[in-house]
Design a protein around this ligand. Structure first.
Ligand SMILES: Cc1cc2nc3c(=O)[nH]c(=O)nc-3n(C[C@H](O)[C@H](O)[C@H](O)COP(=O)(O)O)c2cc1C
Length: 175
């Protein structure tokens, strides 16, 4: 079955905070009836294919999954003040306007609050460059907002709000 909601994790870490937020967003979207969800760990894709050196079936499948989705949720750690290189190389493989008529949710986690605006100055333009309509509520969590990998309630509430916005927008997108 084609998933209507795709989650892309741009973290190379197995115990990833940003991925934990992504999982919560996908669960919230499923509860809101946005359709079946699928999470893709970009770190599991072959790096030489991600760098465009060769074609690969799994990378092609991930790109197709994005093209078939109605909502695309992206999560990333903040590296050097912006989203991860892993996320960047994957987006570089997408066709122009790949996310037109799709809704995007940006999620990031950082070591501290200093790079909070990377969501607005990094992830929003990234989404816009491929035509996505991005929800008003972006999600940014700091490492201090997690206890044993579990995000604090304020962060979870933000994810719920972003998911609600995305589900509403996706239901009404006709442009
Ligand atoms: C190479 C590297 C660069 C980082 N650069 C930043 C940074 O510029 N700003 C920041 O707030 N945190 C930075 N961090 C911290 C991570 O963004 C933070 O720990 C994040 O929550 C990790 O997400 P993850 O658990 O999903 O991988 C950096 C971490 C690494 C490993």
């Amino acid at each position: 079955m084609t998933a209507s909601v795709i989650g892309l994790s741009g973290s190379p870490n197995t115990a990833s905070r940003s991925r934990a937020l992504l999982e919560l967003a996908l669960a919230a979207l499923e509860r809101q009836g946005a359709g079946p969800t699928r999470l893709i760990d970009l770190a599991h894709l072959p790096s030489d294919a991600l760098l465009g050196r060769r074609e690969d079936r799994d990378v092609a499948d991930a790109i197709q999954a994005v093209l078939d989705a109605g909502i695309v949720v992206v999560s990333t750690p903040i590296y050097r003040a912006t989203y991860s290189g892993l996320l960047k190389v994957f987006f570089d493989l997408l066709p122009q306007d790949a996310l037109a008529r799709k809704v995007g949710i940006p999620i990031a986690t950082g070591g501290g609050p200093g790079h909070l605006l990377a969501v607005d100055h990094g992830l929003r333009p990234l989404f816009a460059s491929v035509g996505a309509l991005v929800v008003a509520t972006g999600v940014y969590g700091t490492d201090a907002q997690f206890r044993a990998g579990v995000p604090e309630p304020g962060l979870v509430e933000r994810i719920e709000r972003a998911a609600l916005e995305a589900a509403s927008l996706a239901a009404g997108v006709t442009i």
